[in-house]
Design a protein. Sequence first.
Length: 269
Amino acid sequence: MYIDSHCHLEGRRYDSDRAEVFARARAAGVEALLAIGNGDGPGTGTLDCAVKLSQQYDWVYATVGIHPHEAAQATQADFDEMERLSHDPRVIGWGEIGLDYHHDFSPRDVQRRVFIQQMEMARAAKLPIIIHCRPSDNSENAWDDFLRLLREHWSSSGLGGVLHCFTGSVANAKAVLDAGFVVSCAGMITYPKAQNIRDAAAIVPLDRMFIETDSPYLAPIPYRGKRNEPAYVIEVARTIAELRGLSPEEIGAQTTRNFYNFFGLAKSN
């Protein structure tokens, strides 16, 4: 069995066949998934998108958070809404949040401020954080700022977190692990030019690893270029299995245990 530890299933790209997407995931052996609650951007009444999905399927868990892309749009009403949603029993994490210096859709100082505020809210809610960290081209500055802000505003919480869709180097992976985080690998690990991700995944302890799809984005080979969906998480497991000399089923079983243990959950039915 497998768990897709990070997916965005609320958007219009699934409106025509969302029920079938969930059915295909179950048929492929996905026993649980974590729906990410960023919505279509803050202030549009969609921050509860993941919670709504978790209310429809008892094997779906939820997060809440403002993505760094939309940090500049965040309002006090959005923060109030997230605080309310964080009390829902299906919400098990805060995210995805963090820094994106590649696209810079929000000014970097605003990204940092909103990231810090959400870490403070996650600490109050006693929820681990789900991190998005993407540096600008040929620069480590987002990683440096991310690790500094973790030290200053998060590490003392003891709540840990997940570095989702890991795309960094071996050194980045070691730094994240040293900070007490889980490393989550997505479909990019299957891409021919992503040797840096495979190198990092090869050194991450198996009990500190998740697998994910980040649907609808970044479909793995052999589905690259198509809309991604949770059923494809097995391709991530297959690539990691090849790196580690194990079977996809063993990777699925280990990362499933990791997910339940990390979030303190009872095993799904």
